[in-house]
Design a protein around this ligand. Structure first.
Ligand SMILES: N[C@@H](CCC(=O)N[C@@H](CS)C(=O)NCC(=O)O)C(=O)O
Length: 339
């Protein structure tokens, strides 16, 4: 009886124990470490690539810098960890990085079974094929029997299997660990086609000795919503990452740029005033001061500026805004309001 009573007490104590585990919030860890650790592509122009001085640049890199700006008021307080397609999710799960910002496609399996959560879409992409003009093929449907270079551990690998099966045609996969290896193999003729996210194909094509000798075929065979990923265990950190991306979008929509952000602080538009922390305390719930988004725009710019600089007109890739334009101009980029 005594034992049963003790067991009951123990059960009651467990039931009453706070459900929250005594886990240090990631923001606290990041702040005390003094820098953010961001998992990025090992070297993909436009998204994540170090220059000769080791300075990282790219759209994914700028999201990391935006988070560092929000937290530290210093976009340089980021350590970049290059991760292969195959290793990226394990590195995030193990805590090696604070987030992944690395051309990662939001899929149901990745979002629901890895203990990870996608915090937004910073680039709407789709998968395509690159071939040499000498192959004489103008459609992916004419690739029957082709050997196709691709990267391991990607949605690319799965989509190409679906596409060929669906269309009743055959192919032979030639798999690699890195984008660089795949393009080198394509260059040397080890495969007839290279398949990847369309944006990556434009970046990889520039690595060919004669880029003009290869073309991207017109078919887009999948949806590749690319975005940042965090561990699901820290809701507050998830919100912070999500809202840095939304702040960059809202800034663009409201005409707030890196160049005018200081003048915009005296704007009478209530939406701009809330964005820049002149009114309200919207940063508090994510552990930041009210001017968190001001810091993001001041150091990194708005989404459109980051897009143009890294993958758009002012970059080597020259990708049109297309689906990545704001919803107000017919694109898919849409951020919930700050209020
Ligand atoms: N979006 C796809 C593909 C992502 C991916 O890994 N893309 C390649 C494009 S080349 C990449 O970023 N590679 C980096 C590298 O190996 O340097 C996914 O999430 O599985």
């Amino acid at each position: 009886m005594k034992i049963a009573f003790a067991a009951l007490l123990a059960c009651a104590a467990t039931a009453l124990a706070p459900a929250v585990h005594a886990q240090t919030p990631l923001l606290t860890t990041v702040k005390s470490r003094g820098h953010l650790i961001c998992g990025v592509s090992p070297g993909l122009a436009g998204f994540g690539l170090p220059d000769a001085q080791g300075q990282w640049a790219g759209l994914d890199v700028d999201l990391c810098r935006g988070i560092a700006a929000a937290v530290f008021d210093d976009p340089a307080k980021v350590k970049f960890t290059p991760l292969s397609s195959k290793d990226r999710f394990t590195a995030l799960q193990s805590g090696e990085v604070d987030l992944l910002s690395r051309t990662s496609t939001w899929t149901m399996a990745r979002d629901t079974s890895l203990g990870l959560s996608f915090a937004g879409v910073n680039y709407y992409d789709g998968q395509a094929f690159l071939v040499k003009k000498t192959l004489g093929v103008d459609s992916a449907l004419k690739l029957n029997g082709a050997s196709i270079c691709l990267q391991q551990g990607t949605t690319t690998e799965l989509n190409v299997a679906d596409y060929f099966r669906k269309n009743g045609i055959k192919y032979e996969p030639v798999t690699f660990d890195k984008g660089d290896e795949a393009i080198t193999a394509f260059q040397s003729g080890r495969c007839d086609a290279l398949t990847d996210d369309a944006s990556a194909l434009y970046a990889l094509r520039l690595k060919l000795v004669k880029p003009e000798e290869a073309v991207v075929l017109p078919e887009i065979i999948s949806k590749e919503p690319l975005g940042p990923v965090v561990r699901s265990s820290d809701m507050s950190w998830f919100n912070l990452v999500k809202w840095v991306h939304f702040a960059m979008l809202n800034a663009e929509e409201l005409g707030v740029t890196q160049a005018n952000v200081d003048q915009q602080k005296s704007s009478t538009n209530p939406e701009i005033r809330r964005l820049l922390g002149v009114e309200g305390k919207f940063g508090e719930a994510i552990g930041l001061t009210p001017d968190w988004a001001y810091r993001v725009v001041r150091h990194v710019g708005n989404y459109g500026e980051a897009f143009e600089r890294n993958v758009g007109a002012a970059s080597v890739l020259k990708i049109a805004r297309g689906k990545n334009d704001l919803w107000t101009r017919g694109g898919l980029q849409y951020a919930p309001p700050i209020r």
